[in-house]
Structures are given as C-alpha cells and as structure tokens.
Design a protein around this ligand. Structure first.
Ligand code: PLP
Length: 378
C-alpha cells in the first residue's frame, strides 16, 4: 500500500495489530453449530467473546452478533416493530435530524398506518432538543415508542448526554436504542452503559476488527422478532452461521481499545483545531465548537471551495479525507448534518477529518502542517 495520510477513521479504522497477528497465525474457521470437537472450539470462542463483552461493558444485556451497525439498527427497529404490531399495538418511532441515514431510512421505511414517525430537530450545538422530545412523547402517549439516539455523531463528533434523554422518558412506554458506532475509544467512559437503555449497537470495523461484524447489546430478546430468519442461531433472533472469525477479531479489537481507555484525550485534536483557526481564520468554521465532542473528529466548513473539489486536492496531496458519512454510490451528497445544525448555506462545504483516537501530539503537529498546506492552495 502506498504511503498515505489516513484521516478517515470514522469511515473504517485500520485493523488492530492483534487482529493482523491473529489472521496471520491461521484463524478459526469452524462452524460453531457443528457438534464435533472443532465446532466446539468455535462455539467456545463466541461464548468467551460474549463473556468478555459483558464484563467490559459491565452489563448483563444479551449480545447479538450481526454484520454491522446497519443490521443492528434494522434488527432493533424491524424486530421490535414486528413484535409490537403482532400484539396489535400502535407504534411511534423517533429519530433525530442528525442521525445516520441507516437510522433515518430505516424508520422512514417502517412508517405505515399503525406506525408513525417523527424526526426531531437538534439545537444549535447539536444536542437533542429535549423540549421537542417531551412534546412528541406527550402527543404519542397512546403508542409504544421506540427512540434512536446517536451517542456520537459521525460527521461532527458531537456527543449526546444519554442521561438527560433517559430522564425525559422516565415512566413512559419508551424503548431507547443507542447508535454507539462512533463512541468506542473516542469518548471517556465509552464502556459504561446505562441500564435504562434497551439496546446499544456497535460496528467492529470502526475500532479495528474485520468489517462485516457488529454487536447489539439488548435487554430482552423476547421483545423482538428476528430480522434474519434461519436455522435458529443466537436463540432464534439472528439466523445464519455465526461469523466466528469476525467475532474473534471484534474481541481482539475491543481488548485493544479497553487498554487505551484511560488515555482518551482531546489534546491532539485541540492542537490541530487551534492551528487551523490561527492560520485560516474566518475562511473556516469548525463545527460544534462549544459542544461536547469526541476526541478524534474535526468537521470543518471551508467557505471558499465546495467539498467535492476540496477532497480532490486532499486526495492528490496523499490525504484520505471525507465530506461526511461514506456514501455507497461514491457520489457526494449535501450534508444533512450541516443542514440540521443550521448551516444550510454551507451544506456542500463540509470536510471531515477523523484521526486515530490515540493520535500523538507530534503526529497532530505534523498533520496540521500538511492539512493547512492543502487549504492554502485551494
Ligand atoms: N451509525 C453511525 C453513527 C455510523 O457512523 C455508521 C457508519 O458510518 C453506521 C451507523 C453504519 O455502520 P455500518 O456501515 O458499519 O453498518
């Protein structure tokens, strides 16, 4: 691989060293449902991983393995909605305007005569509008309500205060799903789950495991119908042969993140932001200044040049940067996150730099020089 600067950790993080070593050693390939001795080896790997995850996250929630957060989000919403509709309940779904499209498109697709949907605004610093949430809960008090909260936004790095949201929903018929994809390793206390929250979803490739494996930790599997129906694996909640290789890689990557838990620090990101501000002044807006944000993400609006053209300059200068969330078509879309934050005018001017959460001050110094040199040319 050619030497490049990789500033797109929020899209996919590089494999953890321990995962690379595991793959090089000749990894586990058996089917965990086989009854022979080799199958049992695979089964034990999954069992051990589940125990490890429950210990790390200090939780008794059930661990469901799947292909990644998009599936986890679909499992939560489709699985719960199917069950509730079977019980002849009315359902109300709530998302927020800055949620990932995996959430917004999923809840929109579920809308029908028994399922209503609201996408609520966020406030100017990106935090959930609790007053709007209270009102919406009030006006749908006859329904079973499912809410998605994105713990850390993938474009801006803005962090939600989950406790405040739980507080507002207390005593109501509400289940909260937390999209925790961008939280692992990127905020302090990312492994402390709130018992009041029904489910948390994470994607392995965002923190160093193979792509194609993720987990949803949920409180009560009996409240769901499966999204993927198969041979009864995972207590019937997710059919299909378990991805043992992926599951082990997820454990190794999480072990690595857990070792770094005490080191989650804003210092390196702050250094880059300060340099950008000093040099580029009001040619840029750093999104989310003054809000609680994670340690690795800087979303910049570059006023002079739209993102599609700016990205080409960064690419030619050897830097992998993105405009926001990775888009399957490869085409540039305006950022719905910038629109939701009130930057309608600049919705095509967003650039996202997402670094290793363990970036050193020395690297930050070097990266800021490189990044600024590109901005100064465009
Ligand atoms: N939610 C958030 C906040 C994300 O950043 C992403 C991916 O970028 C997803 C969900 C979807 O994750 P995956 O593509 O791994 O399924």
């Amino acid at each position: 691989m050619i030497n490049r600067y990789y500033f797109d950790y929020n899209a996919t993080a590089p494999l953890a060293d321990s995962v690379k070593e595991f793959l090089a050693r000749g990894a586990v390939f058996f089917n965990s449902s086989s009854s022979h001795t080799s199958g049992k080896v695979a089964k034990k790997e999954i069992f051990d991983t589940t125990e490890f995850i429950q210990k790390l996250f200090k939780t008794k929630k059930h661990v469901i393995y799947h292909s990644g957060a998009t599936e986890g989000i679909n499992l939560f919403f489709h699985g719960r909605v199917k069950k509730l509709l079977r019980e002849k309940k009315k359902v109300h779904l709530i998302g927020f305007a800055t949620d990932h499209s995996a959430v917004l498109n999923t809840i929109e697709q579920l809308r029908d005569e028994s399922v209503s949907v609201t996408v609520l605004p966020v406030l100017t610093k990106g935090e959930v509008d609790l007053e709007a949430l209270k009102k919406d809960l009030q006006s749908h008090s006859h329904a079973s309500i499912l809410i998605n909260v994105t713990w850390v936004n993938n474009e801006s790095g803005i962090v939600q205060n989950l406790k405040d949201i739980v507080e507002v929903t207390k005593g109501k018929s509400v289940s909260i799903h937390v999209d925790g994809v961008q939280a692992i390793g990127k905020i302090p206390h990312w492994n402390e789950l709130l018992p009041e929250i029904e489910a948390y979803t994470f994607s392995g490739h965002k923190f160093g495991s193979l792509t194609g494996v993720g987990i949803t930790l949920l409180h009560d599997p009996s409240e769901y119908l499966p999204l993927i129906i198969g041979g009864g694996q995972q207590n019937g909640l997710r059919g299909g042969t378990e991805n043992v290789l992926g599951v082990v890689s997820l454990r190794l990557a999480l072990e690595n993140m857990a070792q770094n838990l005490p080191l989650v620090s804003h210092a390196a990101k702050d250094l880059i932001e300060n340099k950008l501000k000093e040099t580029l002044g009001d040619q840029i807006i750093i999104v989310g200044l003054g809000a609680v944000r994670n340690v690795n993400t800087i979303q910049v609006i570059y006023k002079k040049t739209p993102s599609d053209s700016a990205l080409i300059h960064f690419d030619l200068a050897g830097m992998d940067v993105s405009a926001g969330s990775a888009c399957s078509s490869g085409r540039m879309k305006a950022s719905h996150v910038l629109v939701a934050l009130g930057y309608h005018e600049w919705k095509n001017h967003g650039l996202r730099f997402s670094f290793s959460p363990q970036m050193s001050l020395e690297d930050a110094q070097n990266f800021s020089t490189k990044i600024i040199s590109v901005f100064q040319k465009i």
